[in-house]
Ligand binder design. Sequence first.
Ligand code: ADP
Ligand code: MG
Length: 321
Amino acid sequence: MNEFELIQHFFTRSACAQGGENISLGIGDDCALLQIPAGQSCAVSTDTLVCGIHFPDNSPAFLLGQRALAVAVSDLAAMGATPIGFTLALTLPQIDAVWLQGFSEGLSAMAQRCAIALVGGDTTRGPLAMTMTVMGAVPKQQALLRSGAQDGDLLCVSGPLGAGAAAVPVVLGEVDPQTIDADTLQSLLAAYWSPQPQLQLGQYLRSKAHAALDISDGLLADCEHIAKASNVCLQIQQAHVPVAAAARQVLGDAAALECALSGGDDYQLAFTIAAGELGQLQQQFPAVRVIGQVCAGVGVELLDDLGQPITQQYSGYQHFN
Ligand code: ADP
Ligand code: MG
């Protein structure tokens, strides 16, 4: 099988590449053609996953396809965008039909959940790596930036944190899965391998939230980005941070909290919003939790039950540290 047969068989014909709304031309020409609806901006984001760095060698191909796309689409959710299409730059050590079939099916499963279509890509030989570029549309002036947080806003997260990071030792084979009860194991693996991009919430928050991002590197590290871009201080009540039950099950309360604060890999949204929006928001999105507030100042402050600052020993993941 040559490069072109590979593309044809595993990508052009895959379920995720069968067109979609706002796609005038998909795979097969020099470029794809997307329509951005009138009055909307095109939101674009790229993520690269490298074998041995972002996922372990011998990761199941189906799960990898799911996760790679979910991680990329999460950035569209964080912007309040509606997905349109994505490209896939895939570097493979060799042509392995079984692997490619699994990967393409995993991609298609997540693409269907997110209503996004594969519109092009590039296929090269080399150490296993993949780059996804996702594109979506968001009404002009309504994109959720990091820079709009206002003194007096509530700081919220979209759901429980810590399961993605707690799953990593299991995914890496450092922990024997047999030592974990079946339900907990399933929650951990689902959190890691098929995070659900918070697309509906992101779209709801358009022109409501003042600042937002998806939590990929850890709550504290990512909140620093909002604080810096908005020139404000984010205060977080540690006791109000929702910690995933599965993380507490396997790690105990203290280590699970650390995963929730600095673990990353959860792809929930963190956002700031005026207090008056909260009632309706929580009615539609009951998993949303208020974890703190925005005030004048700089950086992120983690507070104990008495409102006293907790010295931060935590920080997010950074590649060049
Ligand atoms: P070009 O040389 O013009 O860049 P290619 O030969 O690399 O074109 O690719 C042919 C077509 O197949 C293009 O439409 C490209 O977008 C698409 N394509 C290549 N690799 C992939 C892939 N891994 N997934 C989806 N589409 C792909
Ligand atoms: Mg090419």
